[in-house]
Design a protein around this ligand. Structure first.
Ligand code: URA
Length: 266
């Protein structure tokens, strides 16, 4: 039958209204439940009911999914006592979103946020080997065998060596790296293993989704239905397979060419 929630909470969960704005909308008679104007904001409602604002039905989505172009200087957390968090950048969103995984404070780029705990859990699970591609700027000279070593797996001081990863150098001091796990500071530690020091890091893609280049640093947008579907597929595979254009980095052919970043003609 579903869970009953207060009308004002329902409105703020499923529209851009804040809780206070939702209460005001009810008091002004703008909201109806099953065709009757709602008189109180604390009335309990079910998502199966027809709830309208200004005569327009609210389509209740169970979960929300966003992508953000994370700027440097904010932490990938919901709350933090000292630092600004990515969730604080999403002021207008009245859902309890959390980031799917973490980027370091100084890392920029694609961060996915949701309130769908089950999907997030799968995308982060080591079993699913979800791929992430990073653009890197670094100091130092990478060893000539860096590509081969990353393909084999390198020792970054964890219990196991890293899973096979693909490195593509762009020009001196710039490269792309695709990994399929998420160890602490993994990219920085891998690059250090082959003689470099990361000076700039940006995530370009994750689980087959590419960062929308129309999003300036700090901006975010809802995922399109087909993008949510791409995430669901990534979370269903659990077979470690990647899919998308970055396959070209290692010259493998795959049928499914997704919308992945331009890797500089590779
Ligand atoms: N690897 C890193 O070193 N930092 C990040 O933020 C993400 C991956």
């Amino acid at each position: 039958m579903g869970i009953k929630v207060r009308l004002d909470k329902y409105l703020s969960d499923h529209t851009e209204l804040s809780r206070r704005e939702a209460k005001a909308a009810v008091r002004r008679g703008r909201v109806s439940v099953d065709g009757e104007t709602a008189l109180r904001e604390d009335v309990k409602v079910l998502s199966a009911q027809e709830i309208c604002i200004d005569g327009k039905k609210i389509e209740a989505e169970q979960y929300a999914y966003y992508m953000m172009n994370k700027p440097a200087g904010v932490v990938s957390a919901t709350r933090d006592e000292r630092e600004c968090t990515v969730c604080e950048l999403m002021e207008g969103i009245h859902r309890e979103l959390f980031p799917i995984g973490r980027l370091d404070k100084d890392t920029e780029g694609l961060l996915l946020l949701t309130d769908d705990g089950a999907l997030a859990h799968r995308l982060l699970s080591p079993k699913y080997h979800v791929e992430k591609t990073y653009y890197i700027e670094y100091e130092g000279l990478l060893t000539a065998d860096a590509e081969a070593r990353f393909a084999e797996g390198v020792d970054i001081g964890e219990k196991k060596i890293t899973r096979p990863a693909r490195l593509k150098r762009k020009q001196d001091g710039q490269a792309f790296l695709t990994i399929s796990e998420g160890k602490f500071h993994q990219v920085k530690r891998m690059i250090a293993c082959v003689g470099g020091r990361v000076t700039y890091l940006k995530r370009l893609s994750m689980a087959g989704l590419m960062l929308d280049d129309k999003l300036a640093a700090g901006e975010y947008r809802r995922l399109l239905p087909e993008e949510v579907e791409t995430l669901r597929r990534a979370a269903e595979r659990g077979d470690g397979q990647s899919y998308g254009k970055e396959e070209l980095l290692c010259g493998k052919e795959r049928e499914d060419t997704g919308n992945l970043p331009d890797m500089g003609g590779v």
